[in-house]
Design a protein around this ligand. Structure first.
Ligand code: ADP
Ligand code: MG
Length: 594
């Protein structure tokens, strides 16, 4: 995972302000000469260093909550490159416009940060240890949760540093500092026993100084009165350059005799899936996020990987399940034309899992039976963390489709009335998961044809899975769409115009439905086109009408849903009409607390 600015010839990586000044001096100090470097304080941020009137100015570029980049008080941009391009046209508040990039001298590569080298390994090691994942499941976990994991890992990276001594007393810290040579600036960082907060111990003039490290409400670390940092290692790196609030700059690390330690998790983090699962015990799937420590990730749940990922369970896998292994509860989770969905437990060889059982009420109706079997054979082909998995079919008193359980139920119901509890960031995160599940379907040439908030089920408030494959189809190897022979009982309000007009269904049509699903989620479960009937909606869309922007909906999300509803009338009658080829991967907003 290279820095997004790595390719820019004026990007220098993790260099200090002084090094930046030096490069600019070598570059001639002309007005508008500039370079870009990594911000040592804010995770994911940059600094723009710029010359004007023989002086250098340093503007910090922050990565904002919605994933955009901005200089304080300035316009947001989607990346550092776009930001630089913008300020090259217009100074817009800077002391001068960016005129001349200060190019890296030949042979100088962007300087890697202390953390860059260990990030990949830590990420992998963390995912492997915490969730016991391997192979594809491990890779998928890393890809799908990259922003959260990176943040989590970054906040733990100090544990890998030689200067970090874990929990030791002040006396022990002094003993370690005084042993061997005692140069000014010899330092270590430790965790304080009583409070779990951190302290920096530093030698100067053969005396040990101890500084308490404060942690503010937004999760930033600082020496009292000093600059604030996202992580402890950034604070240390900064104090190596500038003695901001401490008596001397940090020079030589007093190394921990026990390093390199294994990755030790702070006590507030769940250690494994079982422990994490105990965090979500509310029957309705809503649990307030812990203030400290981290909240649940999808990988913490049992249903992130298939119950058949265990080879011993896989040996026993069959389409038809034994009735005696299935316990059916009276609790009804939902119902429909076909019958009802009940809660249950399925006994596997080594474990028991919670299941949802779709029970056909009238087995005599062959067409219903056929439909359920079609749904089952479709689901059998799928295995993705963001799609409800089928466990099997059970043919006993009724024909039953047994699926993994998504206990918090349909997304629209879950969100309605929870405006106070659920943040927009959480909704974006859930939609991102849906987009990943849809991407998987597209890559495997399947069309869902019934994507809607009612068919997105939640395992908990931070984990969504796509369900209801009753209308789904495989697309032929040489086709780009599925053509329905006749129109049926269709969810018209979720359908793209070409579905209605030409009965053509492609992944692009699923993108349209995804847009409507986004709208449903961002309105906290409202019904789309509330006052209109199906045919009215069709002509409303044909005339260019679209759903309104939900209140408090972020700009990017509104733009994205409008893009999902692109309809290119020139293509009518020919190929499919709108441009999106894949379900957009919404930028997941990084969150401060996990
Ligand atoms: P239909 O084809 O009638 O829409 P669905 O597959 O969408 O059938 O299921 C109907 C309802 O049953 C859902 O809205 C949901 O409340 C419940 N349900 C279905 N599958 C599950 C599951 N795997 N976990 C929990 N609830 C489920
Ligand atoms: Mg449904």
């Amino acid at each position: 995972m290279r820095d997004v600015a790595f390719h820019l010839p004026f990007f220098y990586g993790s260099i200090s302000r002084f090094e930046a000044d030096e490069f600019l001096r070598l570059g001639g100090m002309t007005d508008g000469l500039f370079l870009l470097r990594v911000c040592l304080r804010n995770l994911g941020g940059y600094v723009l260093s710029l010359v004007f009137d023989q002086k250098t100015y340093h503007y910090s570029i922050e990565r904002q909550l919605n994933g955009t980049y901005a200089i304080a008080g300035g316009k947001p941009h989607c990346g550092p490159e776009e930001l630089c391009e913008y300020y090259s046209k217009d100074a817009d508040g800077l002391c001068f416009a960016l005129r001349k990039p200060c190019l890296r001298p030949a042979g100088v590569e962007p300087k890697p940060g202390v953390y860059d080298n260990i990030r990949e390994n830590m990420l992998r090691e963390y995912a492997r240890q915490t969730w016991n994942l391997e192979g594809d499941a491990l890779e998928q976990a890393i890809i799908s949760q990259a922003p959260q994991l990176q943040k989590l890992i970054a906040t733990m990276a100090h544990e890998k540093m030689g200067w970090y001594h874990g929990i030791i007393t002040r006396d022990e810290a002094e003993r370690r500092l005084y042993s061997g040579a005692q140069p000014d600036g010899k330092f270590l960082l430790r965790q304080r026993q009583e409070s779990g907060t951190y302290a920096l111990s530093l030698l100067y003039g053969k005396t040990a100084y101890h500084y308490r490290i404060e942690l503010d409400k937004s999760g930033k670390f600082s020496i009292p009165e000093g600059s604030k940092f996202d992580t402890l290692w950034q604070l240390v790196e900064y104090l190596k350059i500038k003695s901001d609030g401490v008596i001397f700059i940090l020079r030589e690390a007093c190394t921990n005799p026990n390093q390199p330690a294994d990755l030790v998790r702070p006590p507030s983090l769940p250690r494994n899936r079982q422990e994490a699962a105990s965090l979500t015990c509310n029957p309705d799937g809503y649990t307030p996020d812990p203030i400290e420590g981290r909240r649940m990730l999808p990988m913490d749940t049992e249903s992130y990987v298939s119950p058949y990922s265990d080879p011993e369970e896989l040996k026993e896998k069959k389409l038809y399940l034994k009735r005696e292994c299935l316990l059916i509860d009276e609790v009804e989770l939902g119902s429909g034309n076909f019958g009802s969905v009940k809660k249950g437990v399925y006994k596997m060889r080594k474990k028991q899992i919670d299941v949802a059982i779709k029970i056909l009420k009238n087995d005599n109706e062959n067409s219903l039976k056929e439909e359920l079997m079609k749904e089952a054979s479709f689901m059998q082909k799928l295995d993705n963390p963001y799609i409800v998995r089928m466990i099997g079919v059970c043919h006993a008193e009724h024909l039953m489709l047994v699926m993994e359980m998504a206990a918090a139920g349909p997304l629209n119901k879950f969100l309605s009335g929870r405006k106070e509890q659920i943040t927009i960031e959480t909704i974006v995160e859930l939609l991102h998961q849906v987009s990943m599940g849809m991407k998987y379907l597209e890559q495997n040439n399947f069309v869902h044809r019934d994507l809607a908030a009612r068919n997105v089920l939640l395992v908990n408030q931070h984990y969504a899975k796509i369900s209801d494959f009753g209308l789904s189809k495989a697309i032929g190897a040489n086709d780009s769409y599925y053509k329905a022979r006749t129109a049926g009982k269709w969810p018209v309000k979720w359908y793209a115009p070409e579905c209605i007009n030409y009965r053509k269904f492609s992944s692009k049509a699923d993108v349209w439905s995804f847009g409507v699903t986004m709208w449903e989620a961002l309105t906290f479960g409202q019904k789309p086109y509330k006052k209109m009937k199906g045919p009215e909606v069709v002509s409303f869309i044909e005339q260019g009408g679209r759903l309104d922007r939900p209140s408090d909906c972020p700009d990017e999300m509104h733009e994205l849903m409008q893009e999902c509803w692109t309809y290119n009338s020139k293509h009518i009658g020919g190929a499919l009409s709108h441009n999106k080829t894949i379900i957009p991967n919404i930028l997941l907003k990084p969150q401060r607390s996990f």
